[in-house]
Design a protein around this ligand. Sequence first.
Ligand code: SAM
Length: 289
Amino acid sequence: MSELMGLDIFQSTSRYTYMVTRVEELLYKGRSRYQDIVVARLTDFGLALILDGLIQSTEYDEYFYHESLVHPAMVTHPNPRSVLIIGGGEGATLREVLRYRTVESAVMVDIDEKVIKIAKKFLKPMHQGSFDDPRARVTIMDGRLFLEKSSDTYDVIVLDLTDPYGPEISKRLYTEDFYRLVHQHLSDDGIMVTQAGNSYFYGDVYDWVLQNVKKVFGIVAEYNVWVPSFSYTCNFIIGSRRYDPRVLSAEEVDKRLRERGVSGLRFYSGRAHVALMNTPIFRKVLKGF
Ligand code: SAM
């Protein structure tokens, strides 16, 4: 939860810890059928999208989050041509997926049309026109319903949802049942990735998500990256049917990025990939001690 109080925003990091940061300008405040939506300009972070009081992404540091979410899975797949994104209202996840010239179609399914409208209007630095790419198709629907109703399969599925401890609308998309549905919609060598909130402040919820992925996928990789505007590391979990992201060398990752025409990255690289796969997951108490 956060409150806009005077010129500051109180962003809750956990139920007991807050970050207080300065608001320069409130650009939009409203409510959709599903959630409270705020767009503000923050002194330390630039433009910010805030849903139900939780910062989703900000202009100055979104690339840590979006590049870390998208590229490890995209690089691990040998030839990602069809990609499904569930969530990702800002259009920045779509932007990262479309960097690959191998991608022929990128379908983005978000439940909230209003978030996309607001993003198109206020968050250009984030989507950078990705919604207009001819390979992109946007569908407004609950992500779970979308998969239940379709028989299409994808090489990569990216789950860019609100946190598992956030709004109700995304909770059912972190369950074992849902990951089974995702598995069914992946090609034989398909790979999925989900953002998973934070393992330090919400360890129980994180473990629940991790176990759910492990019940469904034979290959599971966890990694986390520091996101300043979240004031914590954001965790990600990959579930893969055939290929393991942890065995790729920095040289191999860089080679794949080059071959696939991926340029303009600010955080992710071969070295960053190896670092992500080898950085311990942040925990309040390390297991086994
Ligand atoms: N970076 C983010 C964070 O920190 O939580 C996630 C960003 S993205 C804005 C989250 C998107 O997930 C929102 O646009 C929201 O509308 C969408 N969403 C939530 N539940 C959904 C569902 N059941 N189906 C499809 N989209 C959903």
